[in-house]
Design a protein around this ligand. Structure first.
Ligand SMILES: [Zn+2]
Ligand SMILES: [Zn+2]
Length: 286
């Protein structure tokens, strides 16, 4: 009876019954903390941009450090998709140069525009439920995946669009993390636009929106990281539903395949799905 009572107390601390509807409150302490301590920062329309950019540079910093250690550290190199092709300093400087150019001339002006014209983000007193948090992120990912799939297919099938806007991303056929934003301004604008608009379309809570943005940056960087770690998203999602680094790497090797950035259902349906093979590098040469 005692243990049942403590279980019931524990359960009720998670679920608050309002209007007869049980509502899980797992995220409420986090939300209250953010509300009380970082209210002004979180309300700023600049915050989502700062969050995405910071997440990107942190992840790229970690992966690039691994890239530089890999040639002398076999345990790291073992997880690389192309262990025989080390990432070089010229690779890093070139991609970093394009990334910094894009941040100065596209992301920074877009952030200023949002700061000037977007009203402060509303912060409701209630946190999202854990269910709506994860469902919102999943919904945004599914929508974003479809938008990018169509954009990507179009920009490979129309030669002028490919040459003008997408070829720059294909300069490297063995991606490493910094290739993620080795993009034309138009591609970066589209990606940033969908990442901003999709949570608004799906009426996500601010916390869900930020969760989606961080996850989106994480999986985009993972797609290009050039590693196949045991914790990779495609190993955690069942039934081959998630493409991940091996399949996006295959896209950079054979650009007529794997157009969807995250999930694999559109490529499966469209007949453009391919698995990465160990001898991919040789196939490309042939
Ligand atoms: Zn790519
Ligand atoms: Zn492509």
């Amino acid at each position: 009876i005692g243990s049942f009572h403590s279980f019931r107390t524990f359960f009720l601390s998670w679920y608050n019954v309002t209007d007869g509807q049980p509502r899980d409150l797992v995220l409420q302490p986090v939300w209250d903390y953010l509300h009380q301590n970082h209210h002004d920062l979180l309300r700023s329309p600049l915050f989502p941009v700062v969050l995405s950019v910071t997440t990107y540079f942190l992840l790229v910093g970690v992966y690039t450090t691994l890239d530089l250690l890999a040639p002398t550290w076999p345990r790291i190199n073992h997880y690389r998709l192309h262990p025989d092709k080390p990432v070089t300093w010229p690779n890093i400087w070139n991609t970093l140069g394009v990334t910094i150019y894009n941040h100065l001339f596209f992301i920074f002006p877009a952030a200023v525009a949002q700061w000037l014209w977007r009203p402060p983000t509303p912060l409701p007193p209630e946190a999202p439920t854990l269910w709506s948090f994860f469902l919102g992120i999943l919904g945004c990912m599914v929508v974003f995946d479809f938008q990018y799939y169509l954009w990507h297919l179009l920009h490979h099938r129309v030669p002028w669009l490919y040459r003008t806007f997408h070829a720059v991303h294909h300069q490297y056929n063995q991606p490493f993390s910094l290739v993620t934003q080795h993009l034309s301004g138009w591609e970066l604008f589209c990606v940033g636009f969908w990442a901003t608009v999709d949570p608004i379309l799906l009426q996500c809570h601010s916390l869900t929106t930020w969760g989606f943005m961080v996850f989106n940056v994480y999986v985009s960087t993972e797609d290009h990281c050039g590693y196949d770690f045991p914790w990779a998203t495609h190993k955690l999602v069942p039934f081959g539903l998630w493409g991940g680094a091996p399949k996006h790497d295959a896209h950079h090797q054979r650009p007529g395949t794997n157009f969807a950035p995250f999930f694999s259902h559109w490529d499966q349906l469209g007949g453009t799905h391919t698995q990465r093979k160990r001898c991919e590098g040789l196939l490309f040469l042939l």
